[in-house]
Design a protein around this ligand. Structure first.
Ligand code: DAH
Length: 360
């Protein structure tokens, strides 16, 4: 049985030499596969005499059992080694600091935050939100708002005009949110109570002006609303927005073509260094324009000015954001500088509500 011993030695050598499960499998097939060396030996038993088989049978079967066992042992060793290798390769250093999730590092732009605050306050006061297009017609932006053709107030707005259309109408980037007053009157029946937040555009740039900025327009139209309601709404709004118990407001006569009478509103404040405190002090700060809607504007909106009346106001969202949060330069709002956003931005899940606090 010398060749059985040689064969066993050869097979064991191949099994030991197998460095991974694939080459171990090759060694197994070479020995125990259908045409493997051990299988061939087993087949040869059939052709032997019963005498020969008596000794050859146990020897060959023994060989098969030992080879099978050797392969199984080698397989276990290889598996363990492979597992150990994977564990070191894929090891995670759990002592490394955790990278903060986007929700913890992302910041909401102050304009978005202030818009959310305004929406919460105005919804509480009973206003709905209305919107209109950024690209407007000359008619909606000026004519329907009672700006006479050639009136200097049109020039005051530093308008961005688009090339004239075939029908002669000049399209423009709206210079204020007031055109949405007309669009709202055209599509809603009084009583109307809307606020209109949106982007507005003027060819202007310095520390407190950017070519694109945001306004909030308010419009109330019904049969009985008067200037007392206007003052109450604005006072409530300012108290809630600036989060102070008392605000003192000053209504100064002014001129807008779309309101009569027209007023500008200042609030009393005190400047302490870079900071502004409201409700105290000897300074006044202009924050908005307002008035009773001009009968011509009500008529241009498709309503009867002998039956309906109301008030409107308009203010700069960026400007009141600067005031409330002490941001000195408006141009930085639109520089997309992530360091600025990290400093002045707000946590995205701290939603402003009147009950839970607007800015806390
Ligand atoms: N549209 C004006 C502007 O941009 C602001 C304004 C003033 C709006 C008075 C109004 C208003 O609704 O009544 O300068």
């Amino acid at each position: 049985m010398a060749d059985i011993e040689t064969l066993e030695r050869d097979i064991r050598a191949a099994v030991t030499a197998a460095g991974d499960e694939a080459s171990l499998d090759e060694a197994r097939v070479a020995a125990l596969g259908k045409k493997g060396s051990v299988s061939e030996l087993l087949k040869s038993l059939g052709a032997m005499s019963p005498e020969e088989r008596k000794t050859a049978g146990p020897a060959i079967n023994g060989l098969r059992d030992r080879v099978t066992e050797a392969i199984a042992e080698r397989r276990a060793v290889l598996r363990e080694a492979a597992l150990a290798r994977r564990l070191t390769e894929e090891a995670v250093d759990v002592t490394l600091p955790v990278r903060p999730a986007p929700i913890a590092t992302g910041r909401l732009h102050p304009v978005s935050q202030v818009l959310d605050e305004i929406t919460a306050i105005c919804a509480d006061l009973g206003f709905a939100i209305a919107e209109g297009p950024d690209i407007e017609t000359d008619t909606y932006n000026f004519t329907a708002l009672n700006f006479p053709v050639g009136h200097p107030a049109r020039e005051m707005h530093d308008t961005f005009f688009l090339p004239p259309r075939a029908d002669g109408e000049r399209l423009l980037l709206r210079t204020h949110t007031s055109p949405v007053q007309i669009r709202t009157m055209e599509t809603q029946k009084p009583p109307i109570r809307v606020v209109i937040p949106g982007r507005t555009y003027r060819c202007d740039s310095d520390q407190t002006h950017t070519p694109m900025f945001h306004q909030l327009e308010g419009l109330v139209i019904d049969e009985t609303t008067h200037i007392g309601h206007l003052k109450w709404v604005l006072e409530e709004f300012c108290r809630a927005f600036f989060e102070v118990d008392r605000v003192e407001m000053r209504f100064r006569p002014s001129y807008f073509p779309f309101t009569e009478p027209s007023m500008e509103v200042d609030i009393r404040c005190r400047r302490v260094g870079n900071e502004i405190r409201f409700g105290e002090g000897d300074d006044w700060l202009e924050i908005l324009g307002c008035g009773m809607v001009h009968p011509n504007v009500i008529r241009n909106g498709g309503l009867d000015p002998d039956r309906y009346q109301g008030f409107a106001w308009g203010m700069g969202i960026d400007r009141i954001a600067m005031l409330k949060y002490g941001m000195p330069d408006l141009r930085a709002f639109f520089d997309a500088d992530v360091r600025w956003l990290n400093h002045y931005g707000f946590r995205p899940l701290d939603l402003p509500t009147l009950a839970g606090g607007l800015s806390s």
